[in-house]
Design a protein around this ligand. Structure first.
Ligand code: ZN
Length: 214
């Protein structure tokens, strides 16, 4: 019998004596719960990220991060931003912030660039197994909503993913080097839809963690 089955059996017994309501929160806590989302707006300050004309990746990352923060707070999550203004934060500082927050996950927001300007679409990176579980849920929620070119869920050896001990992902929300996609990324509705769908995916992950599915 697994631990979960054991607890279910135990709950069944308790249901008979009317104590379930009292004790369920403790049992759920045994499965873990995601309380806080650390949102990492990529780049900042002197590091503009991908730059196309007057479009700076760092500004788009920050805008999506703020929108995501609102969506997550509406769903009952606490949020921590690794930067709250246009300033330079090193990669190790970003991971350190994430590693200090208990019961949290880490979501880094970026937009993409490529030498080949025809490249476009959305991709989501992870490094650890837990990161993969989070990435796959977020990526499918984003693709369902935005119907982009689906570049997939990929293992990526990014510093912020390797050094963050909590489940960590990095979302690349579109290519600024592709003129059509850049126009989309510059539209507020697009960034709002991106933020909303990332929040949906996070909530699916949070639910699966709380239910002991992961
Ligand atoms: Zn970037």
């Amino acid at each position: 019998m697994s631990r979960r089955q054991a607890i279910r059996g135990w709950l069944g017994t308790l249901a008979g004596v009317g104590l379930t309501g009292l004790l369920v929160p403790d049992v759920q806590a045994a499965f873990g719960r995601i309380k806080t989302v650390v949102i990492d707006p990529g780049h900042g300050g002197e590091d503009g990220g991908a730059t196309e004309g007057r479009v700076f990746e760092k500004h788009l990352n920050f805008d999506v991060s703020r929108r995501l923060e609102i969506q997550l707070q509406r769903r009952g999550y606490r949020t921590v931003l690794t930067r709250t203004r246009d300033e330079f934060i090193s990669l190790s500082q970003r991971s350190n912030i994430a590693n200090r927050v208990r019961d949290s996950i880490f979501v880094s927001i970026h937009f993409n660039s490529a030498r080949r300007t025809s490249a476009y679409g959305i991709e989501t990176f992870y490094y650890s197994y837990d990161g993969y579980q989070l990435a796959s849920r977020v990526h499918s929620a984003v693709c369902r909503k935005l119907r982009p070119e689906d570049r997939g869920v990929k293992k990526g050896s990014y510093s912020v993913l390797r050094h963050t001990r909590t489940p960590a992902i990095l979302v690349e929300g579109g290519f600024l080097t592709n003129s059509r996609e850049r126009e989309r990324c510059l539209q507020p509705w697009y960034r709002q839809a991106l933020a909303e769908s990332i929040a949906v995916g996070i909530d699916v992950y949070g639910g699966d963690v709380a239910n002991g599915k992961i």
